[in-house]
Design a protein. Structure first.
Lengths: 348, 347
């Protein structure tokens, strides 16, 4: 058996997230049926985005770039993230990536960058609402990786960092719940003795705790609970005969048609479980499930990579990713996050 | 897996099954509300259950028909040396009836009693197993509560576990529910006997066994009325992930899938649900079984087989093991584990 290597898990998390983002980019917004038609079958390799989106072959999107900037914010604060640092991370993302901002900004992020620059209070901004999907969309979760990665095995720590990271834009019970669920799943998956069961338990814990905090401190947004959908996604992972049936049932029940975290995060967790945490299998499922495929691929990649590390990832894909996306030094980021994770986790 | 570790897990399964049986015996047939009233609180250790007619005159820490039948069925399977047949299963069941007057006939369940008399008369075992004439016959707990060995000799091999579970079950519980309940538990045990078991895989294995057993039962058994094991198990798994604490899990498992009799679909689903809700922890699992209500000794015995195979003998609380071994000298689990090991290690 391979010996445990924390760096490999952290690098695996970031790398698999980026691969999942790039793989799922071209099929974003399409249904499973449309994907089969438009790509002549299941997506199992990189496509250039044309004509479906404007990305190059193997290029990442707003997801990985935001995850990267938020990772930098966590590193700059040495793991003690503040709401201000998280807000600065969002602004820095908008400034640094003209290719992605404003083109790719989601239904929440597009409203807040200018307001943050104008000096508005980030916590109040996150709770503003008054627009459909504002504060309940996927933005908070697609960038969450570092919140889990600096809290190995510490579910409550992951919740706290995730909530802090989420406040400046997505100050709702739904976003707190969704981002905490993924952060907890990552924090658990990266431990030496993690199992699919323990990762599911961590996700459920995070969904419950995040919601609890959101109901007290956040804006109470309309819409069903992340938690309910998450339990349903877990049920589906047990009820289905194979991975493709899980994909279909998740779309049919939880629904991949909307860019809201209460749908995307349960689908993410369900596909991770159905693929038994395997990085390649998980991101391929995500690219084919339909809906917000790049974001789902990015989030599921964070968890699967933390669970399986870099082993099993196709080397040619990793090389291609690096060449196409030179802005993102994931190895540097993994080294820095490993140092912080070891210190916070009391690991020698 | 190293032999010492495999032996520890096999012995863990057998011992935890016995402990779960003995812990749950004083509360058998009661609801949680009655348990609290009669015993003045949750049952968390071996207690005097003389007040319970099912456990009348028993010693504190003594097992029941469950562990004693499990023991004889396993012994006959071990003696068969890897080629387990219907005759071996019959021999095991009749040995139990002959050797343990303390438990037979008084503790025999609604199916075993009828089956044993017919088997003694030399009737065709599979015809006996399919026999009806009584509402509960063939769908009660007898098949699952004694199934341990079918899983223990097939580490990681679900098909092998199903094969031996079917053989062990057909002689008395030849119904789709009897087969499904036995195969679900045998598969869960087999999936627990890997180097790094994952509860997620164990639950999937139980569902696989439930579906396979149901299919086999519908082909060759008597089809009885009743909810499928798979259906109850899926509900139980959902509750296990949804519940925030053990007491909540116990109450909800009882409310959603529990029974008021010794119906196998309920007991198996409750047992596996408790195991999952407890994250495999043997103390939480077995205390949960003793307090969940209904057929608590059988639920404890089944849950014990799985949690013990998952965590091993060394992980069981010493005071429980010590009492169990001192009180139940008729059942030498160490000897039984040694006999099963060569068959198990061959896989």
């Amino acid at each position: 058996m391979k010996t445990y290597d924390l760096y490999d898990r952290i690098y695996g998390s970031l790398l698999t997230a980026a691969l999942g983002d790039a793989l799922g980019g071209p099929s974003e917004t399409q249904s499973k049926t449309e994907i089969l038609k438009n790509f002549g079958g299941r997506i199992e390799t990189f496509y250039d985005g044309l004509p479906y989106d404007r990305n190059a072959l193997c290029e990442v999107t707003d997801d990985t770039s935001q995850m990267y900037e938020m990772g930098k914010a966590v590193i700059q604060t040495d793991g003690e993230l503040t709401v201000e640092a998280a807000a600065a991370g969002i602004v820095s993302w908008a400034d640094n990536y003209p290719r992605f901002y404003p083109r790719c900004a989601g239904p929440t992020t597009r409203y807040i960058v200018d307001a943050l620059k104008a000096g508005e209070d980030p916590v109040e901004l996150g709770k503003k609402g008054l627009q459909f999907q504002r504060g309940t969309s996927n933005g908070a979760v697609m960038r969450i990786a570092a919140a889990g990665l600096v809290n190995p095995g510490n579910w409550e720590g992951a919740v706290q960092t995730a909530v802090t990271m989420t406040k400046p834009s997505h100050g709702t019970q739904q976003a707190f719940s969704a981002s905490s669920a993924v952060a907890c799943a990552i924090a658990e998956a990266m431990t030496e003795h993690s199992t699919i069961h323990s990762v599911l338990r961590a996700a459920v814990y995070g969904a419950r705790r995040g919601e609890e905090i959101g109901l007290k401190e956040g804006r109470i947004a309309p819409g069903g609970r992340v938690y309910t959908n998450l339990i349903e996604a877990i049920e589906i992972a047990f009820r289905s005969r194979d991975v493709e049936e899980v994909e279909r049932m998740l779309d049919e029940s939880v629904g991949a048609n909307i860019c809201t975290a209460r749908a995307s995060v349960p689908i993410t967790i369900g596909l991770f479980a159905a693929n038994h945490g395997d990085g390649m299998g998980t991101i391929i499922s995500c690219a084919n499930v339909g809906g917000d495929t790049d974001t789902i691929g990015c989030m599921a990649g964070m968890i699967a990579g933390a669970f399986s590390g870099t082993s099993g990832l196709r080397e040619d894909w990793c090389r291609q990713l690096k060449e196409t996306n030179p802005d993102f030094d994931l190895e540097w980021m993994a080294r820095e996050l490993t140092r912080i994770a070891k210190r916070r986790g009391g690991i020698a | 897996m190293k032999k010492e570790i495999l032996l520890d897990r096999i012995l863990g399964s057998l011992t935890a099954a016995g402990i779960g049986d003995a812990l749950g015996a004083p509360t058998e047939g009661m609801s949680y509300a009655e348990i609290l009233k009669i015993y003045g609180g949750r049952v968390t250790d071996f207690i005097d259950g003389d007040i319970n007619p099912y456990f009348h005159h028993a010693r504190v820490g003594e097992v029941t028909d469950d562990t004693s039948q499990l023991y004889e069925m396993a012994l006959a399977l071990a003696e068969a040396g890897g080629d387990y047949k219907i005759e071996d299963a019959v021999r095991g069941l009749l040995n139990w009836a002959d050797r343990h007057p303390r438990y037979y006939p008084q503790s025999a369940g609604p199916t075993a009693r009828m089956a044993i008399e017919a088997l003694r008369n030399g009737e065709d075992p599979l015809a006996v197993g399919r026999g009806g004439g009584n509402p509960e016959r063939g769908s009660s707990n007898g098949a699952a509560m004694r199934i341990a060995a079918a899983g223990l000799v097939h580490p990681g091999d679900l098909e092998g576990a199903v094969r031996d579970a079917v053989t062990m079950t057909g002689i008395s519980h030849g119904t789709q529910i009897g087969y499904a309940s036995a195969c679900a538990v045998a598969c869960a045990i087999a999936a627990a006997l890997v180097e790094r078991p994952d509860i997620y895989d164990i639950l999937h294995a139980a569902l696989y066994g439930a579906k396979e057993g149901d299919r086999i039962g519908r082909e060759r058994g008597r089809v009885v009325p009743g909810t499928t094991v798979q259906h109850k198990l899926e509900k139980a798994i959902s509750i296990a992930y949804d519940a925030t604490a053990m007491e909540e899990a116990e109450a909800r498992l009882n409310d959603a899938v529990g029974g008021d009799s010794s119906a196998a679909a309920s007991a198996v689903a409750v047992a596996i649900g408790l195991f999952a809700a407890a994250d495999g922890d043997p103390v939480k699992t077995l205390v949960g079984a003793a307090n969940v209500g209904a057929d608590t000794d059988t639920i404890g015995c089944i849950a014990g087989m799985i949690t013990g195979a998952f965590c091993g003998y060394a992980a069981l609380p010493k005071h429980w093991v010590e009492t169990f071994e001192r009180v139940n000298t008729d059942f030498d689990m160490k000897k039984l584990a040694d006999l099963l090991l060569p068959l198990s290690a061959k896989e």
